[in-house]
Ligand binder design. Structure first.
Ligand code: GDP
Length: 445
């Protein structure tokens, strides 16, 4: 199949040490021949693959000293012939070189087009491509690790294994239905039931891992609640100490804005302040209360702050009732002051002296990510969760029907589950899904 040459700047815009311009298609080497003058005697068309050649990169109105490397199909990122120019990292240098490539036989690559070609050429699965975006966009180490797992086809292999099992069960059912009169070994329903239950258990544990995966991808939402003056802002600052430089891209209104972001063992935690939840007749206050309520509802973890130097008041109790059913840590602050409060707390800290702040961080990780294993694979994409949840529903339907309906009806649910599993790797994904995924990439990837 013919594949047009495409070209793009593959490194981020701006000044830097090196910029990479990537070409992929049927004949990028022919393009390179017209715009690269190798030092020494080797001609471009005789370039050995995977070797860096120094020379001059010729743009329309200037030249740069740089490197050229040729990746030979199918052993390249896209599976096609690929050429990369490594030039000096300047915006005008990169633009000039790209524009020369575009004028002699390349067209500009669309967002994610290199990766899309890699997918279409079977170099990686759809879920692997998504893992790659997760790694690139990852704002925490945990997200990069989870993206890397996905990129390495862990999830695709799981889904493939489940599909193979379904295929096997379906084959048994089909044989049974095709030759009902024959003296073949007929399908053992209890065996099918056992196998379906195993499939269901596996899918359940996979979908359950989205609870952890979602927090890895979006950050754990921590809401700090408590009455005024218990030291919530001070505690926030104490937790964020040494993390002030981290800028979060999590969107929110001014009022609900993330107050700060910190990483604990590589996991991102987004901290929100409720700005005091109080009953009030005042309308503006009420809006604040509604927002605080929404914040609490959406929280993965509440830090309920008490002033440890005082007895718990009715106001504390009232706020406590609002967070009672959420996962929470009751923090008794101001432990540096001698006081009589904090009798029912989970931890005593002092925002002022820093006492127990490290222990609080460890407790936050433990409480929100119980059993978190840095080497385990998690579902981090909602798309994967949705597909697996649908597959699980179909299998569960088959489990409940097994033995009560004709076999071909079971087959319908098994086939539906198989199709849903295929969406993970992309085998059964629609073009719409595929296009949407690659449109999330940047140009040049
Ligand atoms: P918020 O209204 O809950 O946000 O409370 P602030 O963080 O503004 O703190 C209220 C007051 O308590 C301030 O005067 C703080 O300096 C003081 N404070 C906060 N944390 C501590 C602490 O751990 N020890 C002591 N002694 N004072 C604290």
């Amino acid at each position: 199949m013919k594949s047009e040459n495409i070209a793009a700047i593959s490194t981020p815009a701006g000044r830097g040490g090196v910029t990479v311009i990537r070409l992929s298609g049927d004949s990028p080497l022919a393009v390179a021949e017209q715009m690269f003058l190798p030092r020494g005697n080797t001609r471009v068309k005789d370039f050995q693959p995977y070797r860096m050649y120094p020379g001059e990169i010729v743009a329309e109105h200037f030249k740069d000293f740089g490197l050229c490397v040729y990746f030979k199909a199918p052993h390249s990122f896209t599976g096609e012939d690929v050429v990369e120019f490594h030039c000096h990292g300047g915006t005008s240098i990169a633009r000039g070189i790209l524009s020369r490539a575009l004028s002699i036989g390349c067209r500009g690559a669309e967002r994610g087009e290199f990766t899309k070609r890699a997918f279409l050429n079977g170099k990686l699965s759809l879920s692997s491509a998504e893992g790659l975006i997760d790694m690139i966009n990852g704002e925490s180490e945990a997200e990069v690790r989870a993206g890397y797992m996905l990129y390495g086809e862990t999830l695709k292999n799981e889904a493939d294994g489940l599909q193979a099992e379904i295929t096997d069960i379906l084959a048994g059912i089909d044989a049974d239905m095709d030759f009902p009169e024959e003296d073949i070994e007929h399908t053992d329903l209890s065996d099918i039931a056992v196998r379906l239950k195993k499939l269901s258990a596996k899918l359940s544990s996979l979908t359950a891992s989205y609870g952890t995966g979602r927090k890895i991808k979006q950050g754990v939402r921590v809401v700090i609640a408590g009455r005024p003056n218990t030291g919530k802002s001070s505690l926030l600052n104490a937790l964020l100490q040494a993390e002030k430089a981290i800028v979060s891209s999590v969107p929110g209104t001014t009022r609900d804005a993330v107050e700060g972001t910190l990483e604990i063992e590589g996991v991102r935690f987004n901290l929100y302040d409720t700005a005091g939840i109080r009953e009030s007749e005042n309308e503006i206050e009420n809006i604040g209360i509604a927002r605080a309520r929404a914040l609490i509802d959406g929280a993965d973890l509440i830090l309920f702050v008490l002033d440890g130097s005082e007895k718990m008041s009715e106001e504390d109790a009232e706020i406590y009732r609002q967070v009672a059913d959420k996962p929470k840590i009751v923090v008794s602050n101001k432990n540096d002051l001698q006081g009589e409060g904090g009798e029912k707390c989970d931890i005593r800290v002092s925002a002022k002296t820093g006492e127990n702040i490290a222990a609080l961080r460890a407790m936050m990780l433990e409480k929100s990510m119980a059993g978190y294993d840095t080497d385990a694979a998690f579902l981090i994409e909602k798309r994967h969760y949705d597909a697996l949840a649908c597959a699980l529903a179909e299998i569960n339907e088959a489990v409940s029907l097994c033995g009560n309906v004709p076999l071909d009806l079971l087959g319908v649910h098994l086939k539906a589950a198989w199709d849903k599993l295929g969406e993970i790797s992309g085998k059964t994904a629609t073009e719409e899904i595929i296009n949407e995924i690659f449109s999330k990439f940047c140009v040049g990837k």
